[in-house]
Design a protein around this ligand. Structure first.
Ligand code: ADP
Length: 293
């Protein structure tokens, strides 16, 4: 089993923003969810692991492959599949031509073998029937599935997908999730996202980061268990929301059927107008961010 070991990773941009602050994470084989709000440092971490930018200090190693991700960049690129946040495509080129081109770049030089690999990947991401179509005609979901196909070229051992479902409609998200879930065993998949459901649907391990710091890491189900019995809810009139936020540890508020419903973190009942609710990963996420604030 592969394990990516990140130790003390820090990065400050020239403008003074400290995007990563002593990040230490152990990422085992399987699907790992990196959850955090916009600006948390997720893309910085993903790009650093994908050899696209430098960290100031720290280390990232896959011991079983004797691989130092921050130093052995050519070797890392050989085992890496990366789907960046903005996956730019040439709109006037067909999916098949583009993927063939990426395959050449990955070192698949034998034409017959390359065609087999390209066809198999297009089948796998369900784009074979539209392979002659120009990428510019693809929907967001189709483009993301094309992005996964290129990320899977060369049988990578480390797959990094950065905010893959932002902008996808619900049906496309489900298709994309199913595709990710099928990616082989013995592979490390890091899924960076600000969408809690992406993690609860797919990941057996996770971390929450904010302001460049790791706030928690572990098993999503255990994290939900750990806050069991401490999440309470009630509907509040909109104009009283601020008062509740002052008096209670309000971790989230949302409109449900036109009413504002707050979730409060409390070890005992915060008042008889509150009712206990089954904790969800969203409650884990918001209470973790709340306690760090
Ligand atoms: P996330 O992917 O979680 O949204 P990022 O890693 O993109 O977070 O950004 C983390 C912080 O670093 C943000 O405050 C962002 O504005 C800043 N940042 C990101 N890239 C750069 C850059 N190239 N130069 C300066 N600041 C940056």
């Amino acid at each position: 089993m592969l394990e990516l070991s990140i130790r003390g990773l820090s990065k400050t941009y020239p403008n003074g923003v400290r995007a990563l602050s002593d990040v230490t994470l152990t990422i085992p084989t399987g699907m790992f969810g990196l959850l955090g709000p916009n600006g948390a440092g997720k893309s910085t971490l993903m790009r650093t692991l994908a050899t696209l930018q430098e960290a100031d200090s720290g280390s990232a190693r896959i011991g079983e492959l004797d691989l130092d991700l921050l130093v052995q960049k050519d070797e890392v690129r050989r085992i890496l599949g990366y789907l960046p946040q903005e996956f730019g495509v040439y709109p006037k080129i067909s999916a098949e031509t583009m993927l063939t081109h990426f395959a050449v770049l990955k070192g698949l030089t034998a034409a017959k073998e390359r065609k087999e690999v390209v066809d198999a990947l297009l089948e796998r991401v369900n784009l074979f029937d539209v392979r002659k179509q120009n990428l510019g005609t693809f929907s967001g979901g189709m483009r993301q599935r094309f992005g996964i196909a290129q990320a899977l070229l060369g049988s990578p051992k480390l797959i990094i997908v950065d905010e893959p479902t932002a902008g996808l409609d619900p049906g496309e998200r489900v298709r994309f999730h199913n595709l990710l879930a099928e990616i082989g065993e013995n592979v490390i998949v890091i899924l960076s996202t600000h969408i809690v459901e992406d993690v609860s649907d797919l990941c057996s391990r996770m971390a929450i980061i904010s302001h460049g710091r790791v706030l928690m890491t572990g098993d999503p189900a255990e994290a939900i268990g750990a806050i069991g019995g401490r999440i309470w809810q009630r509907a509040v009139p909109r104009n009283e929301l601020e008062g509740y936020q002052r008096d209670h540890a309000v971790i989230s508020s949302r409109l449900v059927a036109g009413r504002t419903v707050v979730h409060v973190y409390s070890e005992s009942s915060p008042g008889e107008t509150f009712e206990p609710v089954n904790a969800s990963l969203e409650d884990v996420y918001f209470s973790t961010l709340h306690h760090a604030a």
